[in-house]
Write a protein that binds this ligand. Structure first.
Ligand SMILES: Cc1cc2nc3c(=O)[nH]c(=O)nc-3n(C[C@H](O)[C@H](O)[C@H](O)COP(=O)(O)O)c2cc1C
Length: 425
């Protein structure tokens, strides 16, 4: 990257020339806090499921993030880190609620910031999306169970008391303070995919009558208070991002119009980066397959520009350098976010910026047993990617021809039948 690299402008034409695409992808970006991302390619959050029984990060985290940092991405966002060790989204999550993991967090941060990469910790609380194997009675905005076929894997939640809500707000700030102390260079609030922040935003999940419920103003109060607590703890010069659903894609959930208003408010408050995603367990819009040539949430991102100038990171479906560069050139996004391609091709950022043609094809994850593939279908993809992350964590290469039988057996052995539950994002 040099100062001579042309900055992308919204009206410049998309290019198919790999060198021009590389220059565009390699342009730095200054965020509202003043932090500078060295380029426009971000590794989006992927739950690593690599923590030990103590819920601390391990040497596997260091290896995977070291590889990604050396692989050239400007921004690495960790898999969701839980703010409450009793409320996990799945076994193997890292949870940070005090200084116990300080040394391990420091090693993780050191590995993930090599070469000037930003490393942001994604902060999360699952709310009602804590599987039964982890928690019988999760706590949520209201006692509304998760619907759909995924619902049977989650207990019916109890409604949080008003003062408990404030307690969770403070937990986000505590976890963030430990992240910063360890050397993470930013944090991201997980406000998407049906987890607790998203539950508060959703009229379907949030039926509260106190100040955290009701109209959109009430439903976004939890998020706004988390943001304010983080800013107070971290100061104005530390980047804070948010991953937000463009829509929940489910009946009664957060609508696109409400989501735009949330985005607008967060922009006014000084948010550094808004990552656009969508969907949840019950409607996994974020987990489409090979979709290069148009990303899942592009239309929403385009309409965001009318209401806010918050920097945008569009995630979901990018597979080629040409499409990533075209999205930047078009102005629909400021940063391109990719998750699964980084597992298959950990060095994709450096290669794309160097002007190489990148085309990552995600393998079709299947066991070859028709009955299993048709019933478990996409649920197999998550353990498949987790097993690949475990390989990277051992210093091995990903195996893109791996059948889904191995991850299926591995997950059932590790976590019991609950491993077969459709999980996360
Ligand atoms: C194994 C796996 C774990 C994921 N874990 C998270 C997570 O912890 N937090 C999150 O916000 N999204 C998570 N996601 C969703 C990704 O960040 C991303 O939104 C989605 O995979 C679409 O991007 P892609 O098409 O580039 O893969 C996960 C995805 C996968 C495949």
């Amino acid at each position: 990257m040099t100062d001579a690299t042309p900055a992308p402008t919204p009206d410049s034409a998309p290019t198919t020339d790999p060198r021009a695409a590389g220059a565009r992808l390699g342009a730095p970006l200054t965020l509202p806090s003043g932090a500078v991302l060295k380029n426009r390619i971000a590794k989006s959050a992927m739950s690593e499921a690599l923590a030990g029984k103590d819920l601390a990060p391990t040497v596997a985290h260091e290896r995977v993030y070291g590889r990604w940092a050396r692989g050239g991405a400007g921004l690495l966002i960790t898999g969701n880190v839980m703010v409450d060790e009793h409320a996990l989204g799945e076994p193997g999550n890292v949870a940070v609620e005090d200084g116990r993991h300080a040394a391990a967090l420091r090693r993780w941060a050191e590995a993930g910031t090599q070469g000037g990469a930003h490393l942001w910790m994604q902060l999360n609380h699952p709310g009602r999306q804590a599987p039964k194997s982890v928690m019988r009675t999760p706590a949520a905005p209201s006692a509304v169970p998760l619907g759909g076929s995924a619902g049977r894997f989650f207990g019916t939640p109890r409604a949080l008391e008003t003062q408990e809500v404030r307690g969770i707000v403070e937990r986000f700030a505590v976890t963030a303070a430990h992240a910063r102390a360890a050397g993470f260079t930013g944090v991201q609030i997980h406000g998407a995919h049906g987890y607790l922040v998203n539950q508060f935003l959703s009229p379907e999940a949030n039926r509260r009558t106190d100040r955290y419920g009701g109209d959109l103003e009430g439903r976004m109060r939890f998020l706004v208070e988390i943001y304010a607590a983080l800013r107070e703890e971290l100061g104005d010069a530390f980047p804070i991002g948010l991953k937000l659903n463009s829509s929940d894609f489910s009946e009664g959930g957060l609508t696109e119009e409400d989501s735009r208003q949330v985005a607008q408010r967060m922009g006014e408050l000084g948010l550094d980066l808004l990552e656009v995603s969508g969907g949840s367990y019950t409607s996994p819009a974020m987990m489409g397959g090979n979709n290069d040539g148009g990303t899942y949430f592009e239309r929403y991102a385009r309409r965001l520009r009318d209401v806010t100038d918050v920097p945008v990171m569009l995630t979901g479906g990018f597979r080629s350098a040409a499409t990533m560069a075209a999205a930047l050139a078009d102005g629909v996004t400021d940063v391109v976010g990719l998750a699964r391609p980084f597992v298959i091709e950990p060095e994709l950022a450096a290669r794309a910026i160097a002007g190489q043609e990148i085309e990552v094809e995600l393998p079709r994850v299947k066991t070859g047993l028709a009955a299993v593939d048709s019933t478990l279908g996409p649920a197999l993809a998550l353990p498949w990617y987790e097993l690949q992350l475990a390989r990277l964590g051992k210093g091995l290469e990903a195996q893109d021809r791996m059948s889904a039988v191995a991850p299926l057996v591995h997950m059932v052995r590790q976590h019991g039948p609950a491993a077969l539950s459709p999980r996360r994002g």
